[in-house]
Design a binder for this molecule. Structure first.
Ligand SMILES: *Cc1c(COP(=O)(O)O)cnc(C)c1O
Length: 353
């Protein structure tokens, strides 16, 4: 039986992308070569990189003042890469602490400069996005995690500040429209909303670079990768190819306006059932903080948990077990999750007694 993949990541991809990606392993566009064996300096791969970058720019409205990079190392590498390239030892960056990934970014940034944790929801096990805080005026940048994959919370709007925003958008990039011009750096590991694990998308405003005093190793300097158009060294060729296919798919669906409507509709279906059905309780404390990508909930009576998991699995719903730090369930309903997939899960909830 084909399963419905609710995994938090690596995560579901569009069925058409999987088909094309599989075909390219055999033969890339009739070239007689597999995508797995072509040179990263070949014409064929250059065309992939050019198209992937063009799609990123088109979908998110990214101008020439930004570089678009396809790197390796995952979002976790960007936790230190961002601070290393932007923050001098005597400067301060603001961080919003909204989950385990934010906390990891904070830990790494402290290696390079001062960190001001402007707001945190840690005391309540990260069950909401903080509100009502003031952002200090003298920050080099303000870092946030736009969607907290583990805790099921998401910024619905971005904090007011004159500082450029630096955002980990690993789990909600391309899921909605964003005010791109407010961001200095956006980074995202591919494996949630973009492709398989192995590639990391980074969008970086060029005028922010070259302002740190420290020496940067070439591989850890954004300017080197911008100059080398992501081929300073061998980039993750296959993950970038699949990312390009996914970006094409997003464009075919109607771009970010269509993605946003699709994601809102799916999330509403599931949250409405969580709110209606006394057997289930959401784990996020206020509706405004609820994520459209990762929907977290528990069985109201913990004794039902194992039985519900078994019922969902019997209906083909895979990967809904919650993260150990929250418990219960987490349905990850990224861009590629069809509406019908969410309907299947909701039907299991409706019939559960
Ligand atoms: C998955 C995830 C990460 C970790 O990404 P890696 O690519 O494994 O380093 C970081 N931040 C967020 C928001 C994530 O969802």
């Amino acid at each position: 039986m084909k399963k419905i993949n609710f995994s938090a990541g690596p995560a579901i991809l569009p069925a058409s992308v999987i088909t094309q990606a599989a075909a390219a392993v055999e033969d890339l566009d009739g070239s007689g070569l597999s995508i797995l064996e072509i040179s990263h300096r070949s014409k064929a791969f250059d065309a992939v990189l050019v198209e992937a970058e063009a799609l990123v720019r088109e979908l998110l409205n990214v101008g020439d003042e930004y570089g678009v990079l396809f790197l390796s190392g995952g979002a976790s590498t960007q936790f230190f890469f961002t601070a290393m390239n932007l923050l001098n030892p005597d400067e301060t960056a603001g961080y919003l602490d909204t989950g385990s990934w934010s906390a990891k970014a904070i830990k790494e940034a402290k290696l390079f400069g001062h960190v001001n944790v402007v707001a945190s929801s840690k005391e309540s096990n990260y069950n909401h996005i903080p509100k009502g805080y003031t952002v200090p005026g003298d920050l080099k940048y303000l870092h946030l995690t736009s969607n907290n994959t583990i805790f099921g919370t998401q910024f619905q709007s971005f904090p007011e500040t004159d500082a450029p925003l630096v955002a980990d958008m690993s789990s909600d990039i391309f899921s909605r429209r964003i005010p791109l011009e407010r961001f200095g750096i956006i980074y995202a590991g591919a494996q949630k909303n973009l492709g398989p694990a192995g590639a990391t998308l980074v969008i970086v405003r060029k005028d922010l670079l070259g302002t740190v005093e420290r020496q940067l190793p070439s591989m850890l300097d954004y300017r080197v990768h911008i100059k080398g158009s992501s081929t300073f060294n061998t980039p993750p060729v296959y993950p970038i190819y699949v990312m390009m296919l996914t970006l094409r798919w997003i464009k075919e669906q109607g771009g970010l306006t269509a993605m946003e409507a699709h994601n809102e509709r799916k999330a509403k279906l599931l949250y409405d059932e969580i709110d209606r059905n006394p057997k289930f309780t959401g784990t996020v404390s206020d509706d405004e903080s609820r994520s459209l990508m990762n929907v977290t909930f528990v069985c109201t009576d913990d004794a039902d948990t194992g039985r519900f998991l078994a019922a969902a699995e019997a209906a083909g719903c895979d990967g809904i077990k919650g993260h150990r730090s929250v418990g219960g369930f987490r349905a990850s309903i990224y861009n590629s999750m069809p509406y019908e997939g969410v309907e299947t899960l909701v039907n299991v909830m409706k019939e559960f007694n």
